[in-house]
Design a protein around this ligand. Structure first.
Ligand code: GLV
Ligand code: MN
Ligand code: MN
Length: 419
């Protein structure tokens, strides 16, 4: 009973958490408030070195698997499965200081708070940093969590190449993070991820925290349009086989689909063209297509519509269009019991709380197929994310971490059965 009361009164240290976020944010600092710490880059290695040093300072047992997932475990009174708190420390090329970093730094802060209080949880608590969540360098996204849960083999992951042709296997070895622990080696009771919302809902509706109910379905395709290069000034318009023009038509078709399929979101964020000369009709265009919907069926329908549009555009522009899969994840609901615990913890701590689904992808969606899982969101100022302007108020960072502490203790001390 004494322990239970003590646990309920514990609060994280805001300054300590903010200072770790600041230190990590300097690794890969782009000078404009942003961070570039692409998966398995030199900056990622430096971030990992710092994380492992912090884990060792907190006396965690550190395990690193062959894909470079890093997990630090605080022993519990019992030897059973751990409550895992985590996220990722890689960023997109133009990322901010909170996406992913918050969940990992807040996990460390939970441990630091327990250590300082001399409190030993009943179950072990593990802090996880998954490799390559972003998919910005190596697609698919959620790479580390796919390997951890067994959804992708290490060999398959190792063979993935970035845009420069460098392979995951070579890069994880090069930075010294191809560990020997078996993926999934830390037996897990439940997984909880604190993250910034990365959208405007919380910030534009009075703030507070969110108990996240699940993640929407995601499909990433790469389209390759092949035409014929020719002189820009002499080739008559009606005989051109212009790869860029056909690609543009296809992007417009994707955008138009969002007018008829409610809830659909599309984006073409990466585009390469050959030969890329002002006065040459484009021979080839290669671009990404990110499509998301809260439900699986409308997303499947949208993809079919896109393929049909591509066939029509290819015929009318006399080009060929092919698609390859970069990533495909179904809509993923979270565990109602943990979603309720997040809600209850926020209320108990006096923070406004609402339920909402996630628009962004997260490692939690892989973990959800493996163990009971949920997430906590805190507001992103003006909903800005994947940009140097990404910002979350200090009081919201602290609120999120206190909710994480409370839910972690509830799960570590309580009797909720696993799966
Ligand atoms: C991950 O950041 C995503 O693309 O949702
Ligand atoms: Mn993230
Ligand atoms: Mn992200």
């Amino acid at each position: 009973m004494r322990q239970a009361n003590e646990a309920a009164n514990l609060r994280i240290s805001g300054p300590r958490l903010l200072s770790r976020l600041e230190v990590l944010g300097r690794i890969g600092d782009t000078g404009d408030g942003g961070v570039c710490r692409l998966a398995l880059s030199d900056e990622d290695r430096l971030g990992r070195d710092q994380l492992v040093a912090w884990m060792r300072e907190l006396d965690l047992e550190v395990h690193i698997d062959p894909i470079g997932n890093i997990v630090g475990v605080m022993a519990g009174e019992t030897d059973g499965p751990a409550v895992m708190l985590g996220s990722h420390i890689d960023t997109v090329g133009t990322g901010g200081r909170y996406d992913g970093a918050l969940g990992v730094m807040a996990g460390l802060e939970v441990i630091a708070t327990l250590r300082e209080a001399g409190f030993r949880p009943r179950r072990p608590i593990a802090i996880m940093a998954f490799t390559g969540e972003e998919g910005a360098r190596f697609a698919p996204d959620l790479l580390g969590s796919c390997v951890w849960t067994g959804d992708m083999s290490v060999e398959e992951a190792y063979a993935i190449k970035d845009q420069a042709g460098l392979m995951v296997g070579d890069e994880v070895r090069r930075i010294g993070y191809a560990g020997s622990a078996a993926p999934g080696c830390v037996k897990t009771h439940a997984y909880v991820e604190l993250h910034i919302e990365q959208g405007p809902v919380l910030d534009h509706s009075g703030g507070g925290v969110a108990a996240v109910t699940g993640v929407q379905a995601i499909t990433w395709l790469e389209a390759t349009v092949s035409g014929e290069p020719n002189h820009a000034g002499t080739t008559p318009m009606d005989v051109r086989r212009d790869a860029n023009y056909a690609a543009a038509r296809l992007m417009v078709a994707a955008r138009d689909l969002t007018k008829t399929i409610s809830g659909l979101r599309v984006n073409s964020g990466r585009f390469r063209t050959e030969p890329g000369n002002v006065n040459v009709v484009a021979r080839q265009a290669v671009f990404s297509l990110d499509m998301r919907h809260p439900d699986d069926a409308p997303l499947t329908h949208a993809e079919a519509q896109m393929r049909e549009a591509a066939a029509q555009i290819a015929a009318s522009e006399n080009v060929t269009i092919t698609f390859s899969d970069l990533a495909r994840f179904p809509a993923t609901p979270f565990d109602e019991r943990i979603v309720s615990k997040v809600e209850a913890a926020a209320k108990r701590l006096g923070y406004p709380v609402r339920r909402m689904p996630s628009g962004a992808g997260h490692d939690a969606q892989m973990m959800a197929g493996f163990v009971p899982t949920a997430m906590i969101f805190v507001p992103s100022i003006n909903g800005r994310s994947h940009t140097p302007d990404e910002e979350t108020r200090s009081e919201d960072v602290i609120a999120g971490a206190n909710v994480l502490l409370s839910v972690a203790l509830d799960l570590a001390q309580g009797d909720m059965p696993g799966r």
